[in-house]
Design a protein around this ligand. Structure first.
Ligand code: ZN
Ligand code: ZN
Ligand code: FE
Length: 695
């Protein structure tokens, strides 16, 4: 059995600080464009600097910009490449004699580092929401007092602003949610250390390793009950997102408040996170009671990364601060530089040159125009930093994605459209340096297929240059199109009507209780007439529908909310499953989940607990997937099986499939490249390169 994890060449070693010597990087050759490796990611404060920070006799006692050659920001404050103090926003601060001496001392901890001290470096200050300075010689104390009084504090961090409040206060967290217009999306929470994390959530050795890794991602773990933290942090959700301090400011603040803090990105609903002082004042002034700013400029916005343990191994779900822009090493170098533009939700782009493929920071949802502007600026900046001129531009097939429009607007020798699920599978192949072919299982919320319908329950036999669509899920109609994503009762109705042939027991299902008879009639009419009801083969939409049915809720406050909660609800020890069919007389084969939907609905009506029904539904899809894989293997041989797509962020489905197929098959699972659309640009890049090479 071979389950790939972090110990592969394309991955990132998480357990150690990279022994990066910035001084040596500074003298890199000037004639060639800077290598993609010349722009290191941001690092958390190191243990030595942390002890200086806490030592009253040290000249950097309580100084929030303490760092050395082994730690501190890099990518987010760089103004050009290669990375060097003179090419960061630290260049604005003239070193004092003592800092200069440390900077010039070979072998010292601050040799050619971002040296600074309270005498010469950046400083912190507190302002009121109207922009007036708050007179204090201790802004951290000001922030701590505001938090303990129940206030909301905006904090300028490494890659942008956070909004913080007391995580143990239901009122405060609800207030933050209301001011942020944040619906029910879970908030991340910063805890002082791993011990505190363990009191709040189930933290195993892998989660602990992730929490303490230099990337300091937000780690998703199951919440302990009863919990001292506010329910409003993650309403309806048994999972928590936890991370530990990574900057000096975080450490000092957590020391003073002595309790976990909500630490969510500083924005209103779907806008990009604020990262300049001006933006914070205009956009967060109405949310925060106090803003803690500083005068070191952030150049590149970089959101926190997110990771979790899936099937026993860590998986990065959002590859951003700490990871970006560190390249993934390609086993086969790209022939010509490729810019891959990504998809729409959780967008990240990719710049590939030689054997390096840099995934850019998390950009967010490109449907938002501010986010799209930030996307173009970030691509532009990174290209400038790296002297990168793409000759090939890769994009999704969906012409409605702004990223696709952007790709087509670029002047390049070749512009290549890559099918969404082909790109997903190629991303996991590239992460593992596998040439293929593989049996690729791509399950997600949907992406445009080559036949103009929405795919997302796909089993492909794929290499980099091409793929064959072997199997898919029976399509369901999304009445109202995008509306069905926010109103999963629409999908639930389509699924039960399909399963029961129009004789569905709607009156017995809680999900439909808050839906009017007219609305139900409208959806049925739209599906019957196939008007504004595109067919989707996406597994994620089945999870939405089952989540709505099982949880008895008709609306989602963000995309895939019910799918995510439905996954998290699954009972761990449940091995049962429902019936399903596979129709092999059509090409591609079609998985028929109607029997499973009927079984699940009858059990729910009979009073079976949602966690049991959820587990059985997941087990059913895992078993059907294994059947498909074995069927494909009969034709193409026992190829490695690659899993990619947003549905594989969820532990239950991955574990179910692994349980079915290991040790019979070699599995390729994501590790440091996100399974969701945040990793898709890597796949686009390698596919585009292979297509151009083959043509
Ligand atoms: Zn340090
Ligand atoms: Zn100094
Ligand atoms: Fe996708």
């Amino acid at each position: 059995m071979r389950i790939f994890n972090f110990d592969h060449p394309g991955g990132v070693r998480l357990a150690h600080f990279p022994a990066q010597a910035p001084a040596r990087l500074a003298s890199a050759q000037r004639a060639d464009p800077p290598g993609l490796r010349s722009m290191p990611p941001d690092l958390p404060i190191c243990p030595t600097c942390l002890s200086e920070l806490r030592d009253p006799s040290n000249r950097r006692y309580h100084y929030c910009f303490t760092n050395c050659a082994q730690c501190g920001p890099r990518f987010t404050i760089a103004t050009a490449a290669p990375y060097d103090r003179a090419r960061t926003t630290m260049a604005a601060f003239r070193m004092c004699a003592e800092c200069q001496r440390e900077f010039d001392t070979p072998g010292g901890r601050r040799f050619h580092a971002l040296a600074a001290c309270p005498q010469c470096g950046p400083s912190l200050f507190a302002v009121a929401p109207n922009g007036t300075r708050i007179e204090t010689d201790d802004p951290v104390e000001e922030a701590a007092r505001a938090l303990l009084r129940g206030g909301i504090v905006a904090l300028k961090g490494i890659g942008g602003f956070h909004l913080a409040c007391d995580a143990t206060s239901e009122t405060n967290v609800q207030e933050l949610r209301a001011r942020k217009h944040h619906d029910e999306k879970p908030f991340a929470m910063m805890v002082s250390d791993v011990a505190q994390a363990k009191r709040l959530a189930f933290i195993g050795p892998e989660e602990e390793r992730l929490l303490l890794s230099p990337e300091r991602p937000v780690v998703i773990a199951r919440r302990r009950e009863p919990s001292p933290v506010a329910v409003a942090i993650a309403p309806h959700n048994p999972l928590l997102g936890l991370f530990v301090p990574y900057s000096a400011l975080h450490h000092l603040l957590l020391d003073r408040v002595g309790r976990p803090l909500v630490m969510t990105s500083g924005n209103r609903s779907d806008e990009p996170m604020a990262y300049t002082n001006e933006e914070a004042l205009t956009r967060l002034g109405g949310i925060a009671d106090v803003l803690i700013l500083h005068n070191r400029e952030i150049v590149t916005r970089c959101d926190d990364s997110i990771a979790r343990v899936v099937a026993g191994a860590p998986v990065v779900l959002r590859r951003s601060r700490g990871y970006a822009p560190r390249p993934v090493t390609l086993k086969r170098a790209v022939e010509r530089p490729v810019l891959a533009c990504g998809a729409v939700v959780a967008n990240a782009f990719c710049l590939a040159r030689g054997s390096d493929a840099c995934l850019g920071p998390h950009m967010g949802n490109l449907d938002d125009l501010d986010t799209f502007t930030s996307y173009r600026e970030t691509i532009d900046r990174l290209e400038r930093f790296l002297g990168f001129e793409p000759e090939i531009v890769a994009h999704d097939l969906n012409p409605e994605y702004l990223a696709t429009g952007y790709a087509l607007s670029r002047a390049a020798a070749a512009t290549i459209g890559v099918q969404h699920h082909h790109a997903h599978i190629a991303s996991v192949m590239a992460e593992h340096g596998v040439e293929g072919p593989v049996i690729g299982v791509a399950y997600d919320g949907g992406g445009l297929g080559t036949d103009g319908t929405y795919w997302g329950g796909e089993v492909l036999v794929a290499s980099y240059t091409s793929f064959e669509r072997m199997a898919t899920l029976r399509p369901i109609r999304l009445a109202g199109g995008e509306l069905a994503i926010r109103q999963p009762w629409r999908t639930a109705l389509a699924v039960v009507d399909d399963a029961f042939g129009g004789d569905a027991p709607l009156d017995s299902l809680a999900v439909f209780r808050n839906v009017s008879a007219e609305a139900i009639a409208d959806v049925r009419e739209s599906i019957a007439s196939e008007h504004h009801a595109p067919p989707a083969h996406a597994a994620g939409r089945y999870f939405d529908a089952m989540g709505a049915l099982g949880l008895g809720r008709h609306l989602a406050s963000y995309e895939a909310q019910l799918a995510l909660e439905w996954n998290a609800a699954a009972a761990d020890d449940e091995r049962g499953r429902y019936r399903y069919g596979i129709c092999r007389s059509v090409q591609p084969w079609q998985v028929d989940l109607r029997p499973a939907v009927r079984d699940g609905v009858f059990e729910l009506i009979g009073g079976e607990s949602p966690p049991r029904v959820s587990a059985r539904f997941h087990n059913t899809l895992a078993a059907a997937t294994a059947d498909l894989v074995r069927g494909v293997a009969c034709i193409h041989g026992r190829l490695p099986v690659a899993l990619s797509g947003g549905c594989f962020q969820h532990t239950r489905l991955v574990e179910g499939i692994v349980h079915e197929l290991v040790p019979e098959f070699t599995m390729l699972l994501h590790a440091t490249v996100p399974p969701g659309d945040g990793g898709i640009a890597l796949g686009q890049a390698v596919v585009a390169d292979a297509i151009v090479r083959a043509s």
